[in-house]
Design a protein around this ligand. Structure first.
Ligand SMILES: C[S@@+](CC[C@H](N)C(=O)[O-])C[C@H]1O[C@@H](n2cnc3c(N)ncnc32)[C@H](O)[C@@H]1O
Length: 289
């Protein structure tokens, strides 16, 4: 799903999950990813919550979030409601939904999420190339707006640019690698003439972030990585996948012992902020309390 040859090669080491990304509802996505202990949205939740609270301090108002590679609205569900990733696996794996039609799942979910108290005053716009997943997330009420575009190959339409002006925080989990600096290049004009959002990406260690960092620096953004911390994305799908990923990381000089050798794909956290914001509080300071 990426046009970047360098990322394309790296992606070949990973098990291909494309078939579960664009279904009419999230049941297959959660069924398949549960087998692999897909965990990164849950690991990211407290980090995103912290960033949302920092953004709220500035404006004391609804925080506007753009979730890149939003899929079925996974991060929106976790951040809007008092739900864990385990709750989502349970919810979409329920016996009573097993034989439901996708329309029935949407209907069920619309009521389910409407009846939950929102724990965070946020609005989430989701962008993903998978049209069905985005449509589901909108219809179930998880996304306030859904954008089904592939910014790797197409520009943002002008009306969408306006819609993105209020964004305070851009976030992503499991998306960099599919999305490259090309998507950021197309997003940045739309998101930087308004509130100058912070940009928060969880990135598998196999994907270099330097090209995206460079693109962001052209827009006066500074990128910092949360040092010394890795986040579990998921288990390896096979011994072969593990070996290929380990080989790739070792070729890059990344130490995998006690890390990927223990059986999990690991992500790191990158935060990009306007120069002035980064100078005021370094990344560690944001998560100190
Ligand atoms: C591993 S899933 C992560 C989904 C979600 N963020 C999560 O953590 O559960 C990767 C997502 O990236 C999306 N994706 C792939 N190529 C993309 C592109 N060019 N632009 C936007 N999204 C893309 C896929 O459709 C899929 O929903």
């Amino acid at each position: 799903m990426t046009d970047n040859p360098a990322f394309e090669e790296i992606n070949e080491a990973k098990a291909n999950m494309d078939h579960i990304y664009d279904q009419s509802d999230p049941r297959a996505y959660f069924r398949e990813l549960k087998k692999l202990g897909y965990a990164i949205p849950g690991a990211a939740k407290p980090i995103f919550q912290k960033l949302i609270s920092h953004r709220r301090r500035r404006q004391n108002d609804t925080v506007h979030v753009l979730d890149l590679g939003c899929s079925y609205g996974v991060n929106a569900a976790l951040l809007k409601y008092d739900l864990s990733i385990g709750d989502l696996y349970e919810h979409w794996g329920q016996e009573k939904l097993a034989d439901a039609t996708p329309e029935e799942v949407v209907e069920y979910d619309r009521h389910f999420f409407t009846d939950l108290d929102e724990s965070e005053n946020i609005e989430v716009i989701g962008l993903d190339v998978s049209e069905n997943a985005v449509a589901f997330a909108e219809e179930a009420g998880l996304l306030d707006d859904g954008l089904a575009f592939n910014l790797e190959i197409e520009p943002l339409p002008a009306p969408v640019e306006e819609e993105l002006a209020p964004i305070d925080l851009v976030m992503s989990t499991g998306c960099i690698g599919y999305v490259t600096e090309k998507s950021f290049d197309r997003l940045l004009p739309a998101i930087t003439h308004g509130r100058q959002p912070w940009i928060a990406n969880f990135v598998l260690r196999m994907f270099p972030f330097d090209a995206i960092e460079e693109t962001l620096s052209d827009w006066d953004y500074v990128t910092e990585k949360l040092d010394g911390q890795t986040f579990v994305q998921r288990e390896f799908a096979s011994a072969e996948e593990q070996q290929q990923v380990v080989d790739q990381l070792e070729e890059k000089g990344i130490d995998v012992i006690g890390k990927e050798t223990d059986g999990h794909l690991l992500a790191e956290f990158y935060l990009s902020r306007p120069i002035k914001d980064a100078a005021e509080v370094p990344i560690e300071g944001l998560f100190a309390t």
